[in-house]
Design a protein around this ligand. Structure first.
Ligand SMILES: Cc1cc2nc3c(=O)[nH]c(=O)nc-3n(C[C@H](O)[C@H](O)[C@H](O)COP(=O)(O)OP(=O)(O)OC[C@H]3O[C@@H](n4cnc5c(N)ncnc54)[C@H](O)[C@@H]3O)c2cc1C
Length: 425
């Protein structure tokens, strides 16, 4: 198929701007739907919000550990789409279908009730979760709604992220970014990384490496402006910096510790405290925060962006309300594997409490991230925290493998397949 220009026309830009104005001028009044969806809970109803890495694992494992529990998973999307491995999809190493899983298996195999709806509010004192279709009461609440782009503090990212997606949220952004990359034929590619914390610390650096590989493989005459709010890759620094020097020397300008002040889509210019960058195409990753509704229900303190939890049990200041995954402030970097292992910790606590016990022994959380440095080889980082419930002692193990290998890239695929199996099968 011939490559075509992806240039965003002035007309499209104006149309986008007009839409933004129209939306911001609208006054939405969201009234609560007060129909009760299910009968009253009887001490063992667990409601899980968010069917991503944390929520799916929590729902499955609570039900597995305690088949008598009534487990309800609420997720706004029909299909699970994985962010891990999505950078590989972007450059054609895997297809989109490999990232997708239906939720029905959680119901047919494990008896988890899955409701595809949007959570609009939660009343913590009354223990009610409001959906657009009505409300559900709970005995235990596990929240894993992931991240939101922080357009509240950084509104200028919003329009930019429509046109040049950051693709750090699961779903359609990945599809659109891939199309833009395939159609691009200009000169300047921009790629921006927000300041930590954001989800999956190595993922932007993997994407930069893979986009540069793609540019070279396709013989494009493009130069990347890589604008990083951090001084260096916050993890796997040695591996990434060596890879950039060895494989992509001269193909990119790495602007580190840069603060983005403004993004002008009409002139395709990013203004930073280290100078302006003009671009033809890009992936602009906005700063992130936990979803705003967690603040509205009182789980996020003023001027903070993530939910404070007990870092080993993930319980919030409200008993039997847990927040796991990227939304919470935890020892582990925000990652799918971390969300999966946090979910198992919480599943154990909830299953024990339903049986009238508190957990004993060790609670273990584990994070693993792989990152491709070119189309064939990968590096990886692994971190583990072991918490002894009795002594309250925490033991940390950190391991980085900065030497890229083809075998690590193979393990990357096996790791993802294993994780998806653990969640859905
Ligand atoms: C490019 C990229 C590469 C990555 N690579 C790795 C990797 O190699 N290893 C790794 O471990 N991690 C990786 N990650 C990180 C990983 O994707 C996240 O850390 C993980 O998804 C966090 O899980 P979560 O459950 O907190 O959130 P999510 O998986 O995002 O799930 C949140 C869910 O909640 C739903 N939701 C939100 N609000 C509502 C609402 N109001 N009502 C109903 N549903 C709602 C959302 O639709 C979503 O399905 C990567 C991320 C990206 C972007």
């Amino acid at each position: 198929m011939p490559r075509k220009s992806s240039g965003v026309s002035r007309r499209r830009v104006l149309a986008g701007g007009a839409l933004a104005l129209a939306l911001s001028g609208m006054n939405f009044v969201v009234s609560k739907n007060t129909s009760r969806l299910l009968g009253a809970p009887r001490g063992r109803r667990v409601v899980v919000v968010g069917g991503g890495y944390g929520g799916v694992t929590a729902a499955k494992y609570v039900k597995k550990e305690n088949p008598d529990a009534e487990v309800i998973l609420i997720e706004k999307n029909q299909l699970f789409v994985s962010c891990p491995l999505s950078n590989l999809y972007l450059v054609g190493l895997i297809n989109y279908g490999q990232l997708c899983f239906p939720y029905n298996r959680l119901h047919t195999k494990y008896g988890v009730k899955v409701i595809n709806d949007f959570v609009t509010d939660i009343d913590l004192p009354k223990r009610r979760v409001y959906l657009s279709s009505g409300y559900i009461e709970y005995d235990y609440l596990i929240l894993s709604p992931g991240i939101e782009y922080d357009f509240y503090e950084y509104p200028f990212y919003e329009e930019a992220s429509w046109f040049y997606p950051g693709a750090f949220r699961p779903g359609s952004e990945h599809l659109y970014l891939k199309r833009l990359l395939e159609e691009f034929e200009g000169e300047n590619v921009v790629f921006t990384v927000p300041k930590m914390p954001y989800r999956c610390p190595p993922a932007p650096y993997e994407r930069a490496a893979l986009m540069l590989s793609y540019i070279r493989e396709n013989g494009l005459k493009a130069h990347m402006y890589f604008i990083d709010a951090n001084e260096y890759p916050p993890v796997l620094r040695e591996g990434f910096m060596k890879a950039y020097n060895d494989f992509y020397r001269g193909m990119a300008t790495y602007i580190t510790g840069a603060t983005i002040k403004e993004i002008d889509i009409a002139s395709k210019t990013i203004k930073t405290d280290k100078g302006d960058v003009r671009f033809d195409f890009g992936s602009i990753i906005p700063p992130m925060r936990a979803p705003k509704f967690l603040e509205e229900i009182g789980l996020i303190y003023d001027d903070e962006k993530w939910v404070r939890v007990d870092p080993m049990t993930f319980e919030t200041k409200v008993r039997n309300v847990f927040v796991i995954g990227d939304s919470c402030e935890s020892y582990l970097p925000k990652s799918g594997y971390a969300a999966n292992s946090q979910a198992k910790v919480v599943a154990r606590i909830v299953a024990d409490r339903i049986r009238g016990k508190e957990p004993e022994g060790e609670l273990i959380q584990h994070g693993v991230c792989y990152a491709m440095v070119n189309l064939r080889s990968a590096i990886m980082v692994e971190v583990e925290y072991k918490y002894n419930v009795k002594t309250r002692k925490v033991k940390k193990i950190l391991r980085e493998d900065n030497t890229w290998k083809v075998s690590t890239a193979k393990r990357y695929h096996e790791w993802a397949r294993g994780l998806w199996r653990d969640m859905f099968f």
